[in-house]
Design a protein around this ligand. Structure first.
Ligand code: SF4
Length: 408
């Protein structure tokens, strides 16, 4: 989300005649885009702001802006704490800086759309979140869910594709709730159908879903629209009902497992990933074992594991005791990581010998790399430039994290 926001602001500034420089001390305008999803991330922002104080003092005409989730609904406290910051902007709120610099790009989508986008990029479609998971600060900082009008999103994707993007991932904290707040009652399936009509768009994905909003209609759209990648990130967070209840996730394990079964029956080759927090307050060994069992049963393609850390301002921080030791959290993290590594390795090995369509999206050193429709990273050697194209690769070898292919 932050990367997408930064790209949009950078685009508006570039359109207005500013150019980027490589170090702070050469800049007339510095924008710090903040992430506060974890306390450690916020601490990093505060540390960088401390460093910025001297940079601002060395040239008081320099404009210093703080943007992103650290700027919540109230900025008074931030203004008192960081008086040398010239402007504070909430996520996706670019106008305060543009106004201060007397740059008028308001209402002009073209100016906010990255000028030289990467082959694969993001388009935010929802801002904020209406849920209140007890561990999460996002609803307090990004506010309630606001879906962007479909016509704006379609227009933005068209522009990005005209400028070279080939793969678009639609972004929202609960992207499968897209449209629930719009009067015309469109949903994510409608949006996927509309966006996929974009000429020269090769692949379309979406992130991140919440299990309670994932409907059969959306799953069928993923199956039926050729450009839509058959991958779904479905954060479960825990495999235990008691922990899920304490997290206030609004589903239980039976519901989650049923949903996974439904997705697998509609899209047999689906690539499923999930997010898991280990060491949530009160999580017992047995409750963790239930999470482990879920991971073994579902056989996800990928999991993102986080060790719980208290986030001031959340309900969990106010009402629950962070009582799982650091060592235990690390142990649970490692056990899950190792389990998933073996699952991923087995899944990737099953692709050896197959020929897959890969969208080439970059080069690292001598090697080209790209992703399959199910989000597998494939590297290959080639002396031709296939950037942005789909190539047929025969998979020659695999590790838990990636595949190695050769042009057919
Ligand atoms: S659904 Fe996601 S963004 Fe919303 S409160 Fe829960 S974890 Fe946070």
């Amino acid at each position: 989300m932050n990367t997408a926001d930064s790209e949009r602001l950078a685009s508006a500034l570039e359109y207005s005649g500013l150019t980027s420089v490589d170090t702070h001390d050469k800049a007339d305008v510095i924008v710090l885009n903040s992430c506060v999803v974890r306390q450690s991330a916020e601490d990093k922002v505060v540390g960088t702001l401390g460093m910025m104080k001297a940079i601002k003092r060395s040239n008081p005409d320099r404009v210093l802006a703080l943007m992103g989730c650290m700027v919540g609904p109230k900025t008074d406290e931030l203004k008192a704490r960081f008086p040398y910051v010239d402007v504070f902007m909430k996520p996706q709120e670019y106008a305060p800086l543009l106004d201060l610099l007397s740059l008028d790009t308001e209402g002009c989508l073209a100016n906010l759309t990255p000028i030289r986008p990467d082959i694969s990029g993001y388009v935010p479609v929802i801002h904020g979140c209406d849920l209140m998971c007890t561990f999460c600060i996002i609803p307090f900082r990004r506010g309630r869910q606001v879906s962007r009008p479909m016509s704006d999103i379609v227009r933005e994707v068209e522009l990005l594709v005209q400028r070279g993007m080939r793969e678009v991932t639609l972004l929202g904290q609960t992207v499968d709730a897209y449209g629930h707040d719009l009067v015309d009652e469109t949903d994510l399936a409608d949006l996927l159908y509309e966006v996929s009509k974009t000429d020269k768009l090769v692949r379309l994905g979406f992130l991140t879903s919440h299990p309670i909003f994932m409907t059969e209609r959306i799953i069928q759209a993923v199956r039926d629209i050729d450009k839509v990648a058959e991958r779904i990130n479905l954060p479960v967070q825990s495999g235990d009902d008691n922990v899920l209840h304490n997290m206030r996730r609004r589903y239980d394990l039976v519901q989650y497992r049923n949903l996974v079964e439904k997705i697998k029956s509609i899209i047999p080759d689906v690539s499923l990933s999930t997010d898991i927090i280990v060491g949530f307050p009160g999580e017992s060994n047995e409750e963790f074992e239930n999470t482990l069992k879920l991971v073994e049963d579902v056989q996800f393609d990928k999991i993102h594991i986080l060790k719980y850390s208290e986030r001031p301002g959340t309900l969990a921080a106010r009402k629950m005791v962070d009582d799982v030791s650091k060592e235990e959290k690390q142990y649970r993290f490692k056990v899950l990581e190792e389990t998933q590594k073996q699952i991923s390795y087995k899944k990737n090995m099953s692709l050896v010998g197959k020929t897959l369509d890969v969208l080439v999206n970059g080069q690292k050193g001598e090697k080209w790399e790209g992703r399959t429709k199910s989000d597998k990273l494939v590297v290959f050697d080639c002396n031709k430039d296939f950037l942005g194209e789909i190539v047929n690769l025969r998979i020659e070898s695999a590790s838990a994290w990636s595949l190695k292919g050769a042009l057919v």
